[in-house]
Design a protein around this ligand. Sequence first.
Ligand SMILES: [Zn+2]
Length: 113
Amino acid sequence: MEDEEIAKELADSMTAIELREFMSEHGVSRSRGASKLMMARRVVEEEREMIIDKLDLGEPGATVCCACGYEEHFDSIPDAKEAAQKHTIQDADCHAKAWHDKMGHMIYGELGA
Ligand SMILES: [Zn+2]
């Protein structure tokens, strides 16, 4: 993803006040009278990785697995949830779980099932 796109996403997702607060919290200097987009660009320059995580732009996927041996990776979280649900419904013995690749938490299923 281009820095410019990230900056636009950031500018869209935060108010100017939030952006200003974020910058002071993270010690990102800003010039007086900078527009929201200009501030967003500065933040992306300084804290690119953090912003990608914050906005969830890292295109996280999820992995669905089941005790029966079924395992499949999905690029989108909703697709993974849907597949896990379908797999669980189609077979009474199956309790598929879906795991968020990046965060590592379970997004579908029950622990111990
Ligand atoms: Zn299964």
